[in-house]
Write a protein that binds this ligand. Structure first.
Ligand code: SF4
Length: 58
């Protein structure tokens, strides 16, 4: 992300849904696990009580 920010016209990234899915995502990346976020951009969290990720509902 830093490389993209420094080498393109992109000024920011939106992480709302990825952080809804994985609240600890930034810490995971900082720890060296840089796999893509689990969020699949399905938008179903918009329709759940409390706007929760369906991957985390039990
Ligand atoms: S419900 Fe879908 S879009 Fe929303 S956070 Fe979860 S995976 Fe991402």
């Amino acid at each position: 992300m830093e490389e993209i920010l420094n080498n393109s016209n992109i000024e920011y990234f939106a992480l709302g849904r990825p952080l809804t899915c994985e609240p600890d995502l930034v810490n995971r990346w900082a720890s060296g696990d840089t796999k893509e976020p689990r969020c699949v951009s399905c938008n179903k969290c918009y329709y759940t009580p409390g706007k929760r990720c369906i991957l985390n509902l039990r």
